[in-house]
Design a protein around this ligand. Structure first.
Ligand SMILES: [Zn+2]
Length: 416
């Protein structure tokens, strides 16, 4: 909101007093909203389960998007539509479009279509892939809309509700990227992504990443008859060895993971091709640049060595490095309004907030200088991105109340 501070003040001065976040707790509409959040607990959990059971694999979010499009309409949002990449957008207009607060949750999971996403309940916990990340954020988004609508909370600014495609992995933030290249970069005053569980987490740092698929290919052949020709797996192994030995800085914190390796046809065949996926993350884009250059150098060198070793056979390997993802870094400064409000809302509810770095949809607005955070949507969860993911709804209402306070404090509630 800092960028448009002048315009926001203008709304305040020409209209009415805007309630401070501590005053919001005593506002009748907010009290009614808090009661409703408690009263709706079971219904929210039922919808959470229903959302989780709609598969939303990477690049296959359409079915879940259609569900949200329908629900946005049922809940009375205006201008509901799906954009050209599949994001779902709906509006809840305030007195003005200043400020414009975008509240978002990502639709996609990391799980391919064949994974069983049915939810099983055991010992008070809900078990299913994607139940926490991000069915819980999505359920929170709908719950917040429902509460705002039923209690008829008036806001000064406008709320834009957004469900994004492609947050995870190879989706490379394509949904939120599209949103902000579609004219919203100029119009957005604050951006909140509800991502996963928890009540303490406030992600203010955009952890950047670069992801590469390194493919090496050759003629392939018989393990005995053609022995001595180039083998794509050998240089891949050499690349891994050199990546593991690279001295990563502790500060800025940086990680490097070879997450996947695949190749070859059979135990007794020299492979025709092999590939591996490398994920590099850092809070510094300079470090990401440096390591990316190192990866490219090491691959070229390892392929050259294998070609030299097998030169007598006249066979050669070729390689290709494909960028699977490039997520920008950045940080929403701790003295920004959005961070102050999120921390204050947490403390008012008895939560000690933690500022963190992560890779979320908020990376894009943060890198554009738009005040943005990602927050947990309440409850507790574990084993994200695995088939053993679980969710426990204890404290879900606390996460919803915190999110509601943050949204209302940012959009502004007039003193009527
Ligand atoms: Zn997520």
């Amino acid at each position: 909101m800092a960028r448009r501070g002048g315009e926001i003040r203008e709304v305040e001065e020409t209209s009415v007093h805007r309630l401070e976040i501590a005053q919001l707790l005593d506002a009748p509409s907010v009290r009614r909203a808090f009661h409703l959040i408690d009263a709706l607990a079971d219904a929210i959990t039922r919808e959470h389960v229903a959302i989780c059971e709609i598969p939303a694999p990477p690049f296959g979010e359409e079915q879940r998007a259609r569900y949200f499009e329908r629900r946005f309409r049922e809940l009375g949002l205006e201008g509901v539509r799906r954009d050209t990449v599949g994001n779902v957008i709906g509006f809840r207009h305030g007195w003005s479009d200043k400020p414009t607060v975008v509240v978002s949750a990502h639709l996609d999971t990391v799980f391919p279509n064949h994974v069983d996403v049915r939810v099983r309940r055991r010992n008070g916990r809900y078990h299913a892939p994607g139940i926490g990340d991000n069915a819980s954020g999505l359920a929170a988004l709908l719950a917040l809309i429902e509460v705002l609508q039923r209690v008829r909370v008036t806001t000064i600014g406008t709320l834009v509700f957004l469900c994004t495609v492609g947050e995870e992995g190879e989706g490379n933030l394509r949904g939120v990227r599209h949103f902000f290249t579609d004219g919203w970069a100029e119009k957005t005053d604050a951006f909140i992504s509800l991502d996963g569980h928890g009540v303490e987490r406030i992600v203010s740092g955009a952890l950047g990443s670069r992801r590469y698929r390194i493919t090496i290919a050759g003629p392939g052949g018989h393990s005995w008859g053609d022995f001595g020709i180039v083998n794509p797996i050998h240089p891949l192994a050499e690349v891994i060895r050199q990546l593991v030995e690279y001295p990563l800085p502790r500060r800025p914190r940086t990680s490097l993971t070879v997450g996947r390796i695949e190749g070859g046809q059979s135990v007794n065949a020299i492979p025709q091709s092999a590939f591996m996926d490398v994920d590099i993350r850092s809070t510094s884009s300079a470090v990401l640049d440096r390591i990316s250059e190192y990866v490219k150098r090491v691959v070229a060198q390892a392929v050259r060595q294998e070609n030299a070793r097998c030169a007598a056979t006249g066979t050669r390997l070729s390689y290709h490095i494909h960028c699977l993802g490039d997520r920008p870094t950045g940080e929403t400064s701790p003295d920004t309004d959005i961070i102050r409000v999120a921390q204050e809302a947490s403390r008012l509810l008895g939560i000690e907030p933690q500022l963190e770095w992560a890779s979320t949809d908020a990376n894009i607005p943060i890198s554009l200088g738009i005040p943005a955070i990602a927050m947990g949507a309440g409850g507790n969860a574990g084993n994200p991105h695995t088939l053993d993911e679980w969710y426990d709804a204890t404290n879900r209402e606390l996460g919803l109340k915190r999110a509601l306070l943050v949204i209302l404090a940012l959009a502004g509630v007039p003193e009527l």
